[in-house]
Design a protein around this ligand. Sequence first.
Ligand code: NAD
Length: 247
Amino acid sequence: MGRLDGKIALCTASAQGIGLATVLAFVKEGARVIATDINISKLEQEVKDVPAAGIEAKMLNVADKGQVTALVDQLDRVDILFNCAGIVPNGTILDCEEADWDQTMNINLKSMYFLCRAVLPKMVAQGSGSIVNMSSSISNVKGVPMRFVYSVSKGGVSGLTKAIAADFVSKGIRCNCICPAAVETPSLQERINASPDPVKARAAFVQKIGRMGKPEEIAALAVYLASDESGYTTGQELVIDGGWGLA
Ligand code: NAD
């Protein structure tokens, strides 16, 4: 018996990294997953061996309100919403042009407003639901250099999470967010490769954190938060950082 048997999960940013690992973990635990990504060809390639009964791959740009509402309108019910999409721009406030601010806020935060607002009426009608949002340790949890607009957007994810949790706890709906430190994903590898000395940059990450997290370790927490096992947990920022925040 799976821990998510009978549940319908809507997931974003499913084509790689934490999103893909979580989709595969949800399917393994018995959920039926509507897996979405802006890069539909990569997503279809990645999930081609998953039995069709467990997964449906769909194109979704989370920053496009029309696409979000059109997709959610097609679904009869949603038990789990996993908001994973996010981008990681580099730089201080002085590097952040208004267009950078808008793009980051639209993909990292406004997308969650669109998705939660579209899905919540279904969860209210069902009298149940679990929303799991991807935040980051780099947020209101901890400040680090050169991650200005990313930190602001992820701090916003915490506020959105707590507000939704408070407003809908009496309707049987829970909302939590996950705050990882560095996780070994394609985009993290790209950021390391883009640094002046990638070997040194990787060593600095590993030295500080001990090791990188694995996408599967984040997915395991997402399964817990999505499942009824976490039924007494809502409005929380769950930090998963290998001890990074202790230093
Ligand atoms: P990634 O950056 O490797 O992949 C992101 C996925 O999002 C890609 O498949 C991409 O096609 C998709 N995507 C990008 N823009 C999109 C859009 N507008 N609409 C829909 N999909 C879009 O993924 P990752 O590193 O696993 O990160 C996933 C989430 O976890 C992000 O929110 C990120 O901020 C957060 N996070 C990551 C780390 C890390 O170290 N990797 C740490 C903390 C938090």
